[in-house]
Design a protein around this ligand. Structure first.
Ligand code: URA
Length: 209
């Protein structure tokens, strides 16, 4: 079973409350998502391996630690996932960014892939799949399957808000993919929205609808 980490830092929880608030405008929503994404990037990179190298200080030679060669990639699921990328890049500017576009087939209600563009060395990287909302788990699972089919096996998933149903769906389908979220909400409603959630993340981020 994959690990579920709830990033419960007070600053993340504080900002998440204002992200949820229906009176938060588009500009503030975007900025808050950006800031929370930066802080969550800090948590999700906590176990990156380190190596020791010598460093000359003004006083002597010391043994310092640097991240050891593990290359990172971010893979936002279009479109709402895009809103978390810049915040993460603040902390990990050398990460490459791939994109996966999915839409929901109105007949089957299953996610259909319409766009995939990944760094050429994606399979050698630790890839963080990014989507603000983990609702049914359908999109996250489809994105993870797309990546695995292309040989990308070192994956993590980062979302702002998850439903218990979404977490279960991803953990069952991909027990090797650890999940990082800022909140585990109550449930999904009949329209597939997370309750209490924040509404439609893409619409709130881009001011559509
Ligand atoms: N996608 C969203 O943007 N919001 C939800 O609540 C569920 C899926």
């Amino acid at each position: 079973m994959s690990k579920l980490t709830i990033c419960d830092h007070p600053l993340i929880q504080h900002k998440l409350t204002y992200i949820r608030d229906k009176n938060t405008n588009t500009k503030d929503f975007r900025e808050l998502v950006d800031e929370v994404a930066t802080m969550m990037a800090y948590e999700i990179t906590r176990d990156l391996p380190l190596e020791t190298i010598p460093v000359e200080t003004p006083v002597t030679t010391a043994q310092g630690k640097v991240i050891s060669g593990r290359m990172l990639g971010l893979v936002p699921i279009l479109r709402a996932g895009l809103g978390m990328v810049d915040g993460m890049l603040q902390l990990i500017p050398a990460a490459k960014v791939g994109h996966i576009g999915l839409f929901r087939d109105p007949e089957t209600l299953k996610p259909v892939e319409y766009y995939v563009n990944l760094p050429s060395d994606a399979a050698e990287r630790l890839l963080i799949v990014v989507d603000p909302m983990l609702a049914t788990g359908g999109s996250a699972n489809a994105a993870i399957e797309t990546l695995k089919k292309r040989g990308c096996l070192n994956l993590k998933l980062m979302c702002l808000i998850a439903s218990p149903e979404g977490v279960k769906a991803v953990q069952e389908a991909h027990p090797d993919v650890d999940i990082f979220i800022a909140s585990l909400d109550e449930c999904l409603n009949d329209h597939g929205y997370i309750v209490p959630g924040l509404g439609d993340a893409g619409d709130r981020m881009y001011g559509t609808k």
